[in-house]
Design a protein around this ligand. Structure first.
Ligand SMILES: [Zn+2]
Ligand SMILES: [Zn+2]
Length: 336
């Protein structure tokens, strides 16, 4: 958000054409664009980099929005190419070997649409020198299903018990044994799209997680500015209360912030304990660098609340990046 100073009344405003403080219309000559000091919110003229209140220097660390999207896309492409490379390397781990069929069977699967019949093999994988490499019991990558027991039995008759068939074995990729050589071309195109979009979604969620759960609580507990808010609205719905609090920051116009109180109960239809009453005054803590961001407003900004929020943030980040990354790498090992 961009901020300006009204030269008529010195108010810090977020409008370019009208000052809500002295009610005059403005033009380029009567406003000055300013940056806010990240420590105390003091307006600092764009050309100057020094805050006169706290003496700290304003860095140029701010990443523009379009640059952030470029980074997300580049990282997405990078992760996708690495996973495609992994997938293509794993297809070469499939070696042609022989599979001796120990037993064959028709298995059934019933759904509400009817019964489907599948082929099932119990087999031993034999290497080039005749050594036993592995054994298993599955469909050997033969995905097809049959609508009748007779059709399935007819297909199964091509696989005599005790017969030897060429098959493909990989100790790393999954499934370990395939009847036909896996075709990497088809799988990687579909998965490359899924990996690219998946990585972008993970990065967007990770950024939200860092901003909402780690940076915002840390900044509020360290630099949070206390303001007095007034409860202007209460909405109770299914035991959850949405409180609308209006408060004045160092900038104009006054902000309205909505907080959701999830942990509260309703008794007899009245809004309860811990919930501030309508028209009552509540303390509000906001980030002086982002006074216009209602998501970064907290009612209780103690150090412990910040620590709890940050722990939640790190746990979410770990789940997102670890879980997402693990899932994507697991996909690279699959050949189906
Ligand atoms: Zn003004
Ligand atoms: Zn300052």
């Amino acid at each position: 958000m961009r901020y300006f100073i009204c030269t008529h009344c010195n108010a810090i405003i977020s409008y370019e054409t009208f000052c809500p403080s002295c009610h005059t219309s403005l033009n380029r000559a009567t406003i000055k664009q300013v940056n806010l000091c990240p420590h105390d919110g003091t307006p600092v003229p764009v050309r100057s980099q020094l805050c006169t209140t706290c003496g700290s220097r304003l860095g140029r660390w701010y990443i523009p929005f379009w640059a952030w999207w470029c980074i997300v896309f580049i990282v997405g492409l990078l992760v996708t190419s690495l996973l495609i490379f992994l997938h293509h390397s794993l297809v070469t781990t499939y070696q042609q070997v022989s599979c001796v069929l120990e037993n064959t069977a028709v298995t059934t699967s019933s759904t509400k649409n009817g019964t489907s019949y599948f082929l099932d093999f119990t087999y031993t994988v034999v290497g080039k020198q005749g050594q036993q490499v592995a054994n298993g019991e599955d469909n050997m990558g033969l995905e097809g299903s049959f609508s009748s027991q007779d059709d399935a039995q007819q297909a199964l008759d091509r696989y005599q018990i005790g017969s030897t068939h060429p098959c493909w074995y990989s100790p790393l990729a999954y499934p370990h044994v395939l009847h036909l050589k896996p075709d990497e071309g088809n799988t990687s195109l579909g998965w490359a799209t899924a990996w690219l979009f998946g990585t972008i979604v993970v990065l967007i969620l990770a950024r939200w997680c860092i901003v909402r759960w780690i940076v915002a609580p840390w900044r509020i507990s360290k630099y949070g500015v206390k303001a007095s808010g007034t409860v202007v609205d209460h909405e109770a719905f299914k035991g959850r209360v949405t409180t609308t609090i209006e408060f004045q920051t160092q900038t104009e116009p006054p902000l309205t912030c909505r907080t959701k109180q999830h942990d509260l109960v309703l008794q007899g239809g009245n809004v309860l304990r811990h919930v501030p009453h309508l028209h009552s005054k509540v303390p509000i803590f906001y980030d002086p660098l982002h006074p216009g961001n209602c998501a970064q407003v907290f009612i209780r900004p103690s150090r412990w609340d910040a620590v709890v929020d940050m722990l939640i943030g790190f746990a979410l980040l770990f789940l997102l990046v670890g879980g997402g990354g693990g899932l994507f790498i697991w996909w690279a090992f699959l050949f189906r």
